[in-house]
Design a binder for this molecule. Structure first.
Ligand code: SF4
Ligand code: SF4
Length: 410
């Protein structure tokens, strides 16, 4: 990918958030009411993200987890799902996302996609295109996003609360200022589905191929979408897991609800998605949060809690205090214990995602009867639907060798 900067490059613009001061929280918006964001809320410092802590915090031991993404260092096993074939496919799925993240790390202290937003764009058009109404512009942007790979797309106002207070530098092992141009008033959120069949093999390194491939397709989509907007003569910054918390933004953009497993639950793919985002100054119409009964279903369901091998997902009611510093405080929600979760990942050297596999919302919604089931799950029949889901065997693990043996679909 060509790496060039426009005069409007985000790296040359004035920062919106150079210091970690608490954001002014608009306490009466939809998300504030949903999550009871408390006045003491402070924005998250990326240094405390569990993957970053594994680089500087001696209490978090990554073991061979990060090394396993390098085939020269990866230790394969005989157990199915963890062979060289399986790790080879997982690391191939991650390849583009990993490779691009390393391009600017040695010279610019940027780990794009993980810690820092992407800067690998062409300049775009020097003058802005003539726009129609904001409704027309929003419709065109969504159409383009879907064409470029998004499974779903939504728009939200950029809520400063979800932007990280500071970024993390792997070079210095310290926080560093996060610079996001203040003109970026909107975010376009995209979700890309992960492979349903491969996801049935979690936990396995083979299943990790669905995760890596999901991120890589996300990366392609947000990079292309940001370039499209630049080609129209406006500002756009592509972002993956960097810069801001994707889940509350995706909820604000109407892409789904929040689940007990700490994930976005979308109507079209359940929790089986990866989220990407594009920050822009293009005038757009924000979407509204959507409801289809997830919260009420999670209140009677505990499949993710029971399925988690390290008890990282709470049985209890939503709490405002997180289990440790790797999650937001002063927001009342179900919070996964990131330390416990990551400890399991390091014990297997791969992503887990059992909590995605077993979730009753993790379905193939191309089937009409599955869509009817989703509708019933949003009614008073939810307990019955949960029992039916278990009785029909949804969420059971499929052996990774079975996935390989089925061979090509063609
Ligand atoms: S990814 Fe696995 S270990 Fe982590 S919370 Fe989900 S089920 Fe538990
Ligand atoms: S498994 Fe059940 S409790 Fe967990 S997120 Fe899915 S629906 Fe909610």
């Amino acid at each position: 990918m060509t790496q060039s900067h426009s005069p409007k490059s985000p790296t040359t613009s004035s920062p919106v958030a150079p210091d970690p001061k608490p954001a002014r929280a608009p306490l009466d918006d939809d998300l504030s009411r949903e999550f009871q964001v408390e006045p003491g809320f402070e924005r998250f410092d990326q240094k405390w993200d569990i993957y970053n802590r594994a680089h500087w915090d001696e209490s978090i031991d990554p073991k061979d987890f990060f090394a396993s993404y390098d085939m020269a260092q990866c230790v394969f096993r005989e157990s199915e799902g963890f062979t060289q074939w399986d790790f080879a496919l997982r690391n191939a799925g991650w390849h583009l996302t990993d490779w691009t993240s390393e391009l600017k790390e040695p010279t610019e202290d940027r780990r794009e996609g993980f810690s820092d937003y992407y800067t690998m764009h062409r300049s775009g058009a020097p003058t802005p295109v003539a726009l129609g109404s904001p409704e027309d512009t929003t419709g065109r942007i969504k159409k383009a996003a879907e064409f470029l790979g998004a499974g779903r797309v939504g728009v939200c106002d950029l809520d400063e609360r979800w932007v990280y207070a500071r970024n993390y530098s792997r070079l210095t092992k310290e926080s560093k200022p996060l610079e996001l141009p203040p003109e970026m008033r909107h975010a376009i959120l995209v979700v890309v589905p992960m492979d349903y069949e491969l996801g049935k093999t979690y936990p396995s390194s083979l299943g990790g191929a669905a995760t890596g491939s999901g991120y890589t397709h996300d990366l392609i989509t947000v990079l292309a979408l940001a370039q499209f907007i630049r080609n129209l003569g406006f500002r756009a910054i592509a972002s993956l897991n960097d810069t801001a918390l994707s889940i509350p933004m995706a909820i604000a953009a109407g892409l789904g609800e929040y689940g007990r497993n700490g994930l976005l639950i979308t109507k079209e793919y359940g929790p089986r998605v990866r989220i990407g985002k594009v920050f822009t100054d293009l005038p757009l119409i924000p979407d509204q949060p959507t409801k289809f009964g997830v919260k009420e279903f999670c209140e009677v369901c505990d499949r993710c809690t029971r399925g988690c091998p390290v008890n990282a997902i709470p049985f209890a009611e939503p709490q405002s205090e997180p289990p440790n510093r790797s999650s937001l405080a002063h927001v009342t929600k179900w919070t996964v214990n990131a330390e416990k979760c990551f400890s399991y990942w390091t014990s297997t050297n791969t992503e887990c995602a059992i909590c995605i596999r077993v979730c009753p919302y993790n379905k193939d919604y191309s089937k009409w009867w599955v869509r009817i089931g989703r509708r019933l799950a949003g009614t008073r029949l939810r307990r019955w639907m949960l029992k039916l889901d278990i009785a029909l065997g949804f969420g059971r693990r499929v052996k990774p060798t079975g996935w390989w043996r089925r061979g090509s679909a063609r």
